[in-house]
Write a protein that binds this ligand. Structure first.
Ligand SMILES: Nc1ncnc2c1ncn2[C@@H]1O[C@H](COP(=O)(O)OP(=O)(O)O)[C@@H](O)[C@H]1O
Ligand SMILES: Nc1ncnc2c1ncn2[C@H]1C[C@H](O)[C@@H](COP(=O)(O)OP(=O)(O)O)O1
Ligand SMILES: [Mg+2]
Length: 182
C-alpha cells in the first residue's frame, strides 16, 4: 500500500486486516518499535525520522523481511504499509522477496494530508507530526514515492483509491479492488 503521509494508509490497513485477516506490516511501525527499544540503531533512526527523511533502504527491507519470515507459517497474505517509498525499494523487494500482487494507492490532496496530520499530531505523540516535518515528508513523498506508483502502473497492478471520502466509503473502494483480485 502506498500513499502520502496522512493519506489514510494505516486506517485502511486496520480495516483490511479485520475483514481479510492479512498480516499487516507497517514499515513505520517496525521502525518506531526499534526506536522504542532504546537501541543504538533506534536512536539513529529516530533522528532521521524526526527530520522527515527516509531511513536507509537495507534497514527497512531487513525489518520487513524478518517480520514476514516470523509470520510465514500462519499468514494468509501480507499487507505492506508504507513500503516501497522509492523506486529502488521496490526493485530490491522484488529481488529479495518477490513481486506484489496489488498496489493500493491511497490518494488525497496535499491540503487534506496536512490537515489530517496536524490533527493526528495533537494526540499521536509522533515526533514527525509537526508542521515543519510534515512539509518535508510531503515534499519527499512527491519527489521519491510518487514515481513508485508510475513504476507499478506499467504492470497494471495499481488501484487508485480516492481517500478524500469518509473512511467507510474509502474502504468500500478498497474492498472492491481486493475482491477483483480473487
Ligand atoms: N477517509 C478519511 N477521512 C477523514 N479522516 C481520515 C480518513 N482516513 C484517515 N483519516 C485520519 O487521518 C489521519 C491520518 O490517517 P493514517 O491512517 O494515520 O494515515 P497514514 O498511515 O497514511 O499516515 C488519522 O488521524 C485518521 O484518523
Ligand atoms: N519504506 C521506508 N523507507 C524509508 N523510511 C521509511 C519507510 N517507511 C517508514 N519510514 C520512515 C520515514 C517516515 O517518514 C517515517 C514514518 O513512516 P510511516 O509511519 O509509514 O508514516 P505515515 O503512515 O504517516 O505515512 O518512517
Ligand atoms: Mg501510517
Amino acid at each position: 500500500m502506498a500513499g502520502g503521509p496522512g493519506s489514510g494508509k494505516g486506517t485502511q490497513c486496520e480495516k483490511i486486516v479485520e475483514k481479510y485477516g492479512y498480516t499487516h506490516l507497517s514499515s513505520g511501525d517496525l521502525l518506531r518499535a526499534e526506536v522504542a527499544s532504546g537501541s543504538e540503531r533506534g536512536k539513529q533512526l529516530q533522528a532521521i525520522m524526526q527530520k522527515g527523511e527516509l531511513v536507509p533502504l537495507d534497514t527497512v527491507l531487513d525489518m520487513i523481511k524478518d517480520a514476514m519470515i516470523a509470520k510465514a507459517d500462519v499468514s494468509k497474505g501480507y499487507l505492506i504499509d508504507g513500503y516501497p517509498r522509492e523506486v529502488k525499494q521496490g526493485e530490491e523487494f522484488e529481488k529479495k522477496i518477490g513481486a506484489p500482487a496489488l498496489l493500493l494507492y491511497i490518494d488525497a490532496k496535499a491540503e487534506t494530508m496536512v490537515q489530517r496530520l496536524m490533527k493526528r499530531g495533537q494526540t499521536s505523540g509522533r515526533s514527525d507530526d509537526n508542521e515543519e516535518t510534515i512539509k518535508k515528508r510531503l515534499d519527499l513523498y512527491y519527489k521519491a514515492t510518487e514515481p513508485v506508483i508510475a513504476y507499478y502502473e506499467t504492470r497494471g497492478i495499481v488501484r487508485k483509491i480516492n481517500s478524500e471520502l469518509p473512511v467507510d466509503e474509502v474502504f468500500a473502494i478498497v474492498v472492491k479492488a481486493i475482491d477483483e483480485l480473487k
